[in-house]
Design a protein around this ligand. Structure first.
Ligand SMILES: CCCCCCCC/C=C\C/C=C/C(=O)SCCNC(=O)CCNC(=O)[C@H](O)C(C)(C)COP(=O)(O)OP(=O)(O)OC[C@H]1O[C@@H](n2cnc3c(N)ncnc32)[C@H](O)[C@@H]1OP(=O)(O)O
Length: 298
């Protein structure tokens, strides 16, 4: 968080616009952030409304917004651009697809690849978490569909979660169902929202909660009809932005810094842990079985 605060105060918006090709239009128009990365297929659509200072980030990686290395890299770059843009104070994170917010980490990135690939992938997952959980902006997740594991983590990183009131949509950290283990920083993020007891049970069982259940345990803050998710997110954002930025940001930092520092202090060790865990034959087998089942369910 401290690192992001420094970035924000030291990079003038003019410089940002120049280096990242941010095109500014009239007051009422939406701005489109175009990524220049050659490998980018624009899996993330970002629209910044200059008059409100609110950006809407829509995940758009078919079919299910799984978090691949490319996706995560593009996500972190997009987020960093917004973070250092003084004209942007709030971020609404949502999905371009009805029914799916995000399917979580892309399982194919964790199967049958090299140790180097796993290390790069895990670093990208860490970066996504550090940037989103440590953001100075007001962040609101407009959860318009199911959101297992890494998808749930993204929503949990936000300051407030609004979910579509549909019992068919589920959210939770289901890692144990795949035969894997949610890392300590996933666990800490959940504890900070729902407390130790609920987290322990959820993680052991790999529990997915329907939208009403998630609301009941406090994993999501508000349930609204599917067609009201975006408008409600905008309305809640207005409330949050009425608080002076410096006071809100310092409070957020005070609450989240210990959790963030814990990973920052052992980022390399956490990558090594992940690589040695995911390369075990038994873990590779579990993931492959899970993936095959997913593909066969149709
Ligand atoms: C000792 C301590 C050591 C610590 C080490 C730490 C290790 C921790 C490692 C990792 C943490 C992991 C985090 C994760 O996020 S794992 C991912 C968990 N995600 C899931 O379980 C979601 C699985 N998907 C679903 O449940 C469903 O797909 C759905 C509800 C998201 C959507 O359902 P539906 O609309 O019916 O779509 P399909 O199921 O038909 O899927 C379409 C298509 O997409 C593929 N797919 C789905 N999810 C993923 C995914 N997460 N990754 C890759 N691919 C995915 C699916 O297979 C279909 O493919 P197709 O048949 O080829 O079309």
């Amino acid at each position: 968080m401290a690192a992001l605060a420094v970035l924000r105060s030291s990079a003038p918006a003019r410089l940002l616009s120049g280096s990242f090709s941010v095109h500014r239009g009239g007051l009422a128009s939406w701005q489109h952030y175009q990524s220049r990365r050659p490998f980018s297929n624009n899996k993330i659509l970002v629209e910044l409304n200059e008059s409100t200072g609110v950006a809407v980030m829509k995940m758009k990686s078919p079919p299910v917004n799984s978090l691949s290395l490319d996706f995560l890299t593009e996500f972190s770059i997009s987020l960093e651009k917004l973070e250092i843009d003084r004209g942007c104070r709030g971020l609404i994170l949502t999905s371009a697809f009805p029914k799916i917010f995000s399917a979580g980490l892309d399982i194919t990135e964790m199967c049958g690849k090299s140790a180097e690939h796993y290390a790069a992938f895990w670093k990208a997952v860490q970066e996504m978490w550090l940037k989103l959980y440590g953001s100075n902006m007001v962040t609101i997740a407009a959860v318009n569909g199911s959101s297992p594991a890494g998808g749930c983590l993204m929503a949990m990183c936000c300051d407030y979660r609004i979910m579509a009131d549909n019992p068919k949509f589920a959210i939770g950290l289901n890692e144990t169902q795949l035969g894997i283990v949610a890392p300590f920083w996933f666990k800490d993020t959940m504890i900070n929202i729902v407390g130790n007891r609920v987290t322990e049970q959820s993680l052991q069982l790999g529990q997915m909660y329907s939208a009403p259940e998630a609301h009941k345990i406090g994993l999501v803050d508000l349930l609204v009809p599917e067609d009201k998710v975006q408008s409600t997110a905008a309305a809640v954002m207005t409330q949050w932005l009425s608080i002076p930025d410096h006071a809100r940001q310092l409070t957020k930092s005070m609450m989240r810094k210990p959790t963030i520092d814990r990973l920052v202090k052992q980022q390399e060790a956490d990558i090594n842990n992940f690589v040695s865990f995911i390369t075990r034959d038994s873990i590779q087998k579990s993931l492959q079985v899970y993936l095959d089942r997913l593909k066969q369910k149709k």
